[in-house]
Every structure is written in C-alpha cells, then in structure tokens.
Design a protein. Sequence first.
Length: 266
Amino acid sequence: MSSALPYDKITSAYAGTIVYPPKGTYGPRVQQDVQLVLLHTGELDLMIDNARYQVKAGQVVLLKPQHHEYFAFAESQESWHRWVTLSVSALTDAELQYLDSLPFSMPIPEALNSVTDMLLSLQNDYLKQDELMISLGYSAFQLFTARIAQTKQQQELHPSIIAALTYIQQHYTEEIALPDLAGAAGVSPEHLVRLFHVHQHLTPIRYLWQYRVLKATELLSQSGLSIGEIATRCGFKTAFHLSRLVKEQTGSTPSEIRKAAWGTTN
C-alpha cells in the first residue's frame, strides 16, 4: 500500500513513553496529530467519538486528527505504552479520508518497536523538527501501512502456500525436500507444485533456493563469516554450490557482494 499521507505534510515527529497506574485516565482531548500508540502492558479502554475500543497489550493503534479521544487504562495493573507522534500541516479531505480508511489496530510489528526505540534514544540530541526525526517518524507510519499490505497479501494466498513459506523460513538451514514442504502444507507434492506455479510463478524448491540465496547475501553483507560457514548456515551443501547460485541469481560473486557491502576494493 502506498502512503497517501505526503511526507512534506509532516512538520515534526517525536516519541514518548509512560506507565499509568491502575485506573489511570487521560483526556478527553481532540487529537491534532497522526499518532501511533503502542501498548506493551496492561489494557486500554479507548473512546473515540463515542465509539469504544478495547486495546490489549501487544497492539498498536493509529489515532487520527480531528477525533475526540478519552483513555481509560487497566483497573488492576499498570499500563505501559509508548507513542510516535507526527505533527502535520493542514490535511486535505482526501488525505483525511485515507487515514480514516486505515485499520484501527494491529499487533505491534517488531520493526516498529525498533524505530520507536531509535526515536526515543535520539530526541535528546535532535529537535523534533529535524529531518532525521521526521524521517524516522514517517518510517514508523509506513511500517504500519506496509503491514496492512502484507497482511492483505497473506490473506489472498492459499493457506497451503503460507504454510510452506513459513516452513521454508523456519527450516531453510536444514535439508528440505519437496515431500517435507508438502507435508507442512497438508497437500500432495504434486498439488503444492501446482499451487506454487499459480501463486508464486515458480516451483517450491526453486523458491527455497532463492530464499537461501537471500539469507546468504544478508550474511555476506552483514557478517565476517567465511563463505563456507555461510553455506553451511544457509542450507547449501558446499561453498561452491552457494557461489554458483548466488552468481546465477544476483549476477555477482559472493566476494563481489561482500566488497560492495563493505566498501572495499581489494
């Protein structure tokens, strides 16, 4: 999903963190900003324009401008939440409608936790109007909208495809054959091949090797492990096998990928 909230409408961005005692409340208020609220512990009973929402720990909610809000936290325990606030200049009706079309909540993406951590750690050294802070704040919003698109894509995939992809992501370091993937997907090997051709436009085993190459290139760029060690960790039988498939898929050798990532020429 491409964001219909223009970057140049963001005038500042900052994050915050607070722990409310049992029966804590906040508001009422009229929301002026675009705000992501990440609830880590406790519960939140949130009133927005006379509609009540129950928010559980581990969820992030999107709050939108021009709405009335009232926060009532858990009755019997502390509630810890963090937030990312994007202050915005006047939004058009189309931009407000776009925001209102987005879902209210979702499980907190781990990447959103990381961006919130960064905002909190940097805001003692940067002003909320600084480009770095605005960029990070906008990234937080994009992570929210990107997860929507990802969830929609997963919903459109056949459940057996999702099961096979999950199995690959969890077991790519091990030896995997087509019957293993079919067993994880709950279908015959022949049916799984047909499903992959329809949804992924390649075979399950081809997808497996592409995923292994992806993980290998990540290690080549981000670690000092030898090519042999990376081959072992990513499910390749030999370093030569890894090198051949990396070259075939990326057009570069493992050494070239590492040199480019590390900025070295020798």
